[in-house]
Ligand binder design. Structure first.
Ligand SMILES: Cc1cc2nc3c(=O)[nH]c(=O)nc-3n(C[C@H](O)[C@H](O)[C@H](O)COP(=O)(O)OP(=O)(O)OC[C@H]3O[C@@H](n4cnc5c(N)ncnc54)[C@H](O)[C@@H]3O)c2cc1C
Length: 242
């Protein structure tokens, strides 16, 4: 913006107009009003759920390789443990296909009836799972489930959490599960060996780039923000070079 860019907020991009193999306009909606912006270069960064929909609306089919890094917390009760006053994810333990970390899960605390205890008494261990790629997102919604191997891996991770809780004197019969949700969506325009160097998928017009979690080739099963930021920076460099 210091160099003259204009930031337009509260605007939902719907599709891109592609003419003669190049993006010429970005079509959006601002409230009830349609808006269109002329463009000679477009970088889509609407995230793992948003970017594929914009591309599909623009006639560019993405892969059905959505992953979401399912998150599940396993919790127990220990009077006045005070995890609610502690840092979220102060450390983690990397396992094969998932990671575990202490995490007080507000989503489950507020919306899961099994979590109706004082927050100060809850001990919660979070699982972040590297799920198989296989879902997709379109104008109708998000289509993603857990595969049988995902479920088997999740059960193994839950067993690990029980062991951690047992170490704190909480028996597995008193432990309870949180709500499974999607942590890190991405993967519908995955980088391949061929596109790793250019960061530009051949389905895209030359003046269109993607710079978000959609580029990740597979689920990391780990927090991905730094990786996505590094990729976005690299995309910017590639654009400058082009
Ligand atoms: C509760 C929570 C906690 C998390 N904590 C961590 C963490 O600690 N560390 C970590 O590494 N990751 C964390 N993540 C994951 C992380 O936030 C995401 O993986 C990351 O932000 C994805 O980056 P992205 O650029 O792909 O998409 P996003 O960051 O989702 O950016 C996409 C942007 O595009 C906008 N958008 C979408 N569609 C449109 C449209 N049609 N028109 C205009 N704008 C649009 C969205 O509003 C959004 O602002 C967390 C996620 C959640 C939900």
């Amino acid at each position: 913006m210091e160099k003259g860019a204009r930031l337009i907020t509260g605007c939902r991009v719907e599709n891109l107009l592609i003419k003669d193999g190049a993006v010429t306009e970005v079509h959006a909606r601002k409230g009830l009003t349609a808006a269109s912006f002329q463009a000679d270069l477009v970088v889509l960064a609407a995230g793992g759920f948003g970017t594929p929909v914009i591309l599909e609306n623009s006639g560019i089919a993405c892969d059905r390789t959505l992953f979401v890094d399912p998150v599940l917390c396993v919790a127990g009760i220990k009077k006045n443990f005070g995890q609610d006053k502690q840092l979220l994810m102060p450390f983690f333990s990397a396992r094969d296909g998932y990671m575990l970390s202490p995490y007080m899960y507000y989503l489950s605390f507020f919306f899961n009836k099994d979590w109706r205890y004082p927050m100060k008494d809850i001990v919660s261990v979070m699982i972040k799972l590297a799920d198989e790629s296989g879902g997709y997102t379109d104008a109708k919604g998000i289509h993603k489930g857990l595969t049988q191997p995902d479920e088997a891996l999740l059960l193994r991770a839950v067993e690990d959490c029980y062991a951690v809780l047992e170490g704190l004197g909480i028996s597995r019969k008193d432990a309870f599960l949180g709500t499974v949700n999607a942590g890190h969506p991405g993967g519908c325009l995955p980088l391949t060996r061929e596109t790793a160097a250019t960061l530009h998928d051949s389905r895209l017009p030359d003046n269109l780039y993607v710079a978000d979690g959609s580029l990740l080739p597979k689920s990391l099963g780990m927090p991905p923000i730094l990786t996505i930021m590094a990729l976005a920076l690299k995309v910017a460099t590639k654009i400058e070079e082009a």
